[in-house]
Design a protein around this ligand. Structure first.
Ligand code: NAD
Length: 501
């Protein structure tokens, strides 16, 4: 296993612009290991002019017959090759992502494996996707076919870059497009490393190098330039709801499709008939894995009133024992947050909860001791005593903070669960399969987990309702959202159209 310093020694800090690796001509930004506060690299942002250069080159690459002329099974070869290169470099990518995001190595290894799996699944979906011969209603054959959009902008947040990059790059390339990828300011390193691997695969297969550009920099500058560039025909975005709304406005001006994977404040429901051991483990994993920095974090816990005191009491005892430490320690369960600034933002939310009248049942502070002094750590925190209407219960904190609430009956539960602008995910813990079915169908959430939580499959569509997003990623149809549908009518009559007679 490469240790973090070795991973850091192999850091690629250059941008990939129009098929060329170079230092961006924009402002430098330090990326920091949040476990230690030490600098990992200085990555220079690209400029708006470099975005335009990348977009023009991407449009030429997308139209290049060496790419545009490939049949689906031939394009699939690229995705298989990328998957193999990710597998070969898996330990390095995992160590790099742990260094850049702070996440536990156990988790970043799983994310890297899922990224390779995403490319493989998408290759298989691409080779087996069918176009339709629609029922004819005249002297013609009717067909519905799919074509590339051209240039796709892919903009990602900092929490799981290798997985979210793969979820956008695989279907966008499978769809026959070129991609401009913008990583988040705090975590550009894995996307740049992935760019190196994809660049190698393109080179090996003799494909245009400008099919992928990796463009680090500020969202309001580089991201905005990608979204507004006239060559960009679709933007696929994962990030906060406010940013997503800004992008949707820009996309509306261009009449450009946009897919938005946004924030959440997901309810986890424990009914009185739940298997308590399973529910305890699932609730803790659902919110405290990734230190709560997950869009689907089950951050609002609803427990049946008759079980509430017993369940929350036991939960707090176990949460207080969770192991907080660096992501490189195999025993760590709660790793540092992505950045010291983000840790401070989470701490301010807990201060707000106190002002709103919350009881802090455990956590509520950074851990003490010399080994935590320089890192962006925060203790897993459980709060209660707040109404669902409080800001603490309504706003996404994106950290290791769980707020617990009791519920009286199913109507009260569903009303509270749905009293949120978000609708990303929901967890239900119960032994009653009929109740599980009823609640799962009533609650407004893009994904519902029953007696499990935070499990993902590339074969199953993912996305949000309400302010949690627009559109779906993953699944067999994922590729189609990166294509344009075209209808063909092919005349079969021997005689001219009757009107012309
Ligand atoms: P963010 O919205 O601040 O940034 C996301 C990306 O957008 C970054 O690359 C950023 O540079 C870019 N950006 C910012 N302003 C932009 C603009 N005006 N134009 C174009 N690009 C711009 O989000 P974040 O803080 O990096 O990530 C956390 C958020 O992401 C949370 O709200 C979380 O819920 C959400 N998220 C959602 C999912 C999902 O699948 N639904 C997954 C992970 C994270």
């Amino acid at each position: 296993m490469p240790r973090i310093p070795e991973a850091a020694a192999r850091i690629a800090d250059e941008a990939l612009v129009a098929g060329e690796w170079r230092r961006g001509a924009g402002a430098p930004a330090r990326t920091v290991d949040p476990a230690t506060g030490r600098e990992l690299a200085t990555v220079h942002a690209v400029t708006v002019e470099e975005v335009a250069e990348a977009a023009e080159a991407a449009a030429r690459a997308a139209a290049d017959p060496h790419w545009r002329g490939l049949l689906p099974h031939q394009r699939a070869r690229l995705l298989h090759r990328i998957a193999a290169l990710i597998d070969d470099d898996a330990e390095h990518l995992a160590a790099l992502q742990t260094a850049d995001t702070g996440k536990a190595l156990t988790e970043t290894r799983a994310l890297v494996a899922s990224a390779a799996g995403t490319f493989r699944y998408t290759a298989a979906a691409l080779e087996t996707a069918e176009e339709a011969l629609t029922p004819s209603r005249g002297d013609y054959v009717t067909m519905s076919v799919y074509e590339p959009i051209g240039v796709v902008g892919a903009i990602n947040p900092w929490n799981s870059p290798v997985a979210s990059d793969a979820q956008k790059l695989a279907p966008a390339l499978a769809g026959g497009n070129a991609v401009l990828l913008k990583p988040a300011e705090w975590t550009p390193l894995v996307s740049l490393a992935l760019g190196r691997l994809i660049g190698r695969a393109l080179d090996e297969l003799g494909l245009p190098a400008a099919l992928l550009s990796v463009l680090p920099g500020r969202g309001g500058i580089v991201g905005d330039a990608i979204v507004r560039h006239p060559r960009v025909g679709k933007v696929t975005f994962t990030g906060g709801t406010a940013t997503g709304r800004t992008l949707a406005h820009a996309a509306a001006d261009k009449l450009m499709p946009v897919s938005l994977e946004l924030g959440g404040k997901s309810p986890t429901i424990v009914r009185a008939d739940a298997d308590v051991e399973q529910a305890l483990a699932g609730v803790m994993f659902g919110v405290f894995s990734s230190s709560g920095q997950s869009c689907v974090a089950g951050s609002r816990l609803f427990v049946a009133r008759e079980l509430y005191a017993e369940f929350v009491g036991e939960l707090v005892e176990r949460v207080a024992k969770l192991r907080v430490g660096p992501g490189t320690d195999p025993g760590t369960q709660v790793a540092p947050l992505v950045h010291h600034q983000h840790r401070d933002a989470v701490a301010r939310y807990v201060d707000l909860a106190r002002e709103e009248g919350a009881r802090v049942l455990c956590g509520g502070a950074a851990p003490e001791g010399p080994s935590y002094a320089d890192g962006a750590y925060y203790l897993p925190t459980v709060l209660d005593g707040l109404p669902n209407s409080s800001r603490t219960c309504q706003e996404e904190i994106f950290g290791p903070v769980l707020v617990a609430l009791p519920f009286d009956d199913e109507d009260d539960l569903v009303r509270q669960a749905d009293s949120s602008v978000y609708g990303l995910a929901c967890g239900i813990w119960t032994r009653d399969h009929r109740a599980a079915w009823r609640i799962a169908r009533r609650v407004e959430a893009g994904t519902v987990w029953i007696n499990t939580y935070k499990q993902f499959s590339i074969s199953t569509p993912f996305g949000g309702m309400k302010d949690s997003g627009l559109g779906r990623e993953k699944g067999r149809d994922g590729i189609r959202s990166y294509q344009r549908q075209k209808s063909l009518y092919w005349g079969t009559a021997d005689t001219p159209l009757p009107w012309a007679e």
